[in-house]
Design a protein around this ligand. Structure first.
Ligand SMILES: [Mn+2]
Length: 290
């Protein structure tokens, strides 16, 4: 049987990019989708992201590090001296306010790793490493031994992961394949000329009875101005930084000087401390509205 599988990763709250990719994938007659994590933040997308993915045949959804950052912020795991922690905390508050209990529970229940058999091929699917969804262990320049850790079992023929925001195809030491579809909502390259291509990236695997017939690395144009307007209208915190991200490809997550200035200007630290102290608040189970 012939399958066309859409690999979607690192949407990062960018609903407009996600919509464009879904539309393109329908034209391509994709039959199922695997979501490799980092669906949320720092973009304005919240409940709409779930509405979009719920329209898809989506048997795989693994948890990215930003999903964990969100849950950790809500659990109060914040270094109050770190402007980046406050930035992520404030974005987490925004997301919490704009999703339902059901969606929050869904994020909590996501697995780190999934495996699928398609025809005779075994796939291993993770955001980053099968047991660790964060860190730079699998960036493009790392050594072969790092990439071999994508294969926790001898059974796996093809490993699929996201996280590094680069489209990539390479091999494991035992001849296995490794495929990364790049980022839907936040494409990136260290190289200036390559980073100028800020379309929405994803990939399609075509699998037939003989094997992996085709890997199609795609880049889909989308309406960046519309996404920026969405961020403003949703009153997304740090929306000016989000605009910079969408138009230059540069994230400000680790620009602690700039984040400290914005946090100070809007009183985000105190606001977040008040929010997390609320008696009716503590993660999912106590959330009764929306
Ligand atoms: Mn990630």
């Amino acid at each position: 049987m012939r399958h066309k599988i859409g690999l979607l990763s690192d949407i990062h709250g960018n609903v407009t990019a996600l919509e464009a990719v879904i539309e393109d994938s329908k034209r391509e007659k994709v039959t199922e989708y695997w979501l490799l994590g980092d669906l949320v933040m720092p973009g304005p997308g919240a409940a709409e992201l779930f509405q979009q993915i719920d329209k898809l045949n989506l048997p795989v959804f693994v948890k990215g590090n930003w999903e964990d950052c969100f849950l950790q912020s809500l659990a109060g795991e914040i270094d109050w001296e770190d402007p980046t922690d406050i930035y992520i905390g404030k974005l987490s508050k925004y997301l919490w306010e704009n999703i339902s209990v059901k969606e929050l529970d869904r994020i909590k229940e996501l697995p780190l790793y999934a495996s699928r058999k398609v025809n005779h091929l075994n796939f291993g699917i993770s955001h980053n490493l099968p047991t660790k969804n964060y860190g730079g262990f699998l960036s493009t320049v790392k050594g072969q031994e790092n990439f071999d850790e994508l294969f926790p079992s001898e059974e796996i023929d093809i490993a699929v992961y996201g996280h590094i925001h680069h489209q990539m195809l390479r091999y494991g030491s035992a001849g296995q394949m490794i495929i990364n579809p790049g980022a839907v909502g936040q494409p990136f390259s260290f190289r200036d000329k390559l980073r100028q291509d800020l379309r929405a990236y994803y990939a399609i695997l075509e699998i037939d009875d003989e094997g992996l017939a085709q890997v199609d690395f795609k880049k889909v144009p989308y309406d960046v101005a519309k996404e920026i307007t969405r961020a403003r209208q949703s009153q997304l915190p740090y929306s000016e930084l989000y605009q910079t991200l969408l138009t230059t490809g540069h994230t400000q997550t680790r620009n602690r000087m700039l984040l400290a200035e914005i946090n100070e200007q809007f009183g985000y630290k105190e606001e977040l401390q008040r929010f997390l102290k609320r008696a009716d608040f503590r993660g999912a189970s106590d959330k009764t509205q929306k």
